[in-house]
Ligand binder design. Structure first.
Ligand code: NDP
Length: 289
């Protein structure tokens, strides 16, 4: 092989990954369905392959970052993968990761499933985390390359582990973002600047991270007694947020959702326990009703 890695997919994220690797002096070869997207990289000295098969043939490590798992499967269907290390960085479910792991292994490849916990502009910087799981030999083969793109973590051999952690992060992130958008609207309604609200949120981020770590510990050990702040306090705060939204005549979706969730904890008699006791409400809930 002539290159250290092939990078398949040059969307917003793929380009950022390729740039980070090239900047660190890696000999990479890239391919994208829409070839025009490879032009800026080619101008920067990166090799562009004429086909997926050519890119894969040129490298021991194949990194894929396209829209989803079905796109990955269709791209690699007729490509020789025996002896390759396949690293999937497209977002998917744990089940999709397990299926692709079995599929790639049956074709003689070593499989590493990955999840990128960053936006493209953060790739190569201090805030990019890349979660991986799968074959330890695949991790060993790809670790140094991935480290050029972000801080790499290995979650172990179950191939669905990186996707599961990714989805946990996504749920946390988008829960927080939806709350933030409500907060931004709240600032508007109070005639306050949204940019200083954003600065405050960035400043409180480490404290929020600490609270989440404490809650995770409580759930892990099943300890919800004598909390610093009770579930009832959380419920009351969200009720107040709803009252504010009605007083200010702004959208009530977020506060009503949050208050209704904690209300279920109250109804289950968990008011004096830690808010992490909400996990008991979720355990009692089911999928589609
Ligand atoms: P884009 O929409 O910018 O790019 C999608 C890429 O997938 C393009 O290269 C596109 O090719 C390719 N593609 C899609 N379908 C096919 C197909 N059937 N055959 C061949 N190529 C295909 O997405 P991103 O780069 O932003 O995201 C890529 C992955 O990274 C996603 O799974 C995303 O969830 C994940 N990710 C993205 C983050 C982000 O902030 N952007 C953050 C974390 C993860 P073409 O150019 O020809 O259309």
């Amino acid at each position: 092989t002539t290159h250290e890695a092939a990078l398949i997919g040059l969307g917003a994220m793929g380009v950022a990954l390729a740039r980070a690797a090239a900047t660190k002096g890696r000999r990479i070869i890239v391919w994208n369905r829409t070839s025009a997207k490879a032009a800026p990289l080619e101008a920067a000295g990166v090799t562009v392959a004429a086909s997926v098969a050519a890119a894969v043939a040129a490298s021991p490590v194949v990194i894929v970052c396209v829209t989803d798992y079905p796109a990955t499967r269709s791209l690699l269907e007729s490509v020789e993968l025996a002896g390759k290390t396949l690293v999937q960085l497209s977002t998917g479910t744990p089940q999709e990761a397990r299926e692709l792991a079995a599929w790639a292994t049956a074709r003689g490849a070593r499989y590493l499933d990955g999840a990128i916990l960053a936006v493209p502009s953060q790739i190569g910087g201090p805030h990019a985390n890349i979660m991986t799981a799968g074959a330890p030999e695949a991790f060993a083969a790809a670790q140094a390359l991935l480290a050029d793109m972000g801080a790499v973590r290995f979650a172990g051999e179950p191939p669905g582990a990186a996707a599961a952690l990714d989805f946990g992060v996504l749920a946390s992130l988008f829960g927080a973002l939806l709350g933030f958008y409500h907060g931004a609207r709240l600032m508007e309604s109070e005639g306050l600047p949204v940019d200083s609200f954003g600065e405050l949120m960035a400043a409180t981020a480490p404290a929020i991270g600490e609270m989440i770590r404490i809650d995770a510990d409580a759930i892990h050990h099943g300890r919800y007694e004598a909390p610093e702040a009770s579930l009832e306090i959380c419920w009351r705060s969200m009720e107040l947020l709803g009252r504010h939204a009605r007083e200010a005549a702004i959208d009530v979706s977020f506060p009503d959702f949050a208050a209704a969730m904690f209300q279920r904890g109250m109804a289950a008699g968990l008011g004096q326990e830690a808010p992490a006791a909400m996990i008991k409400v979720l355990r009692a809930g089911s999928a589609a009703k």
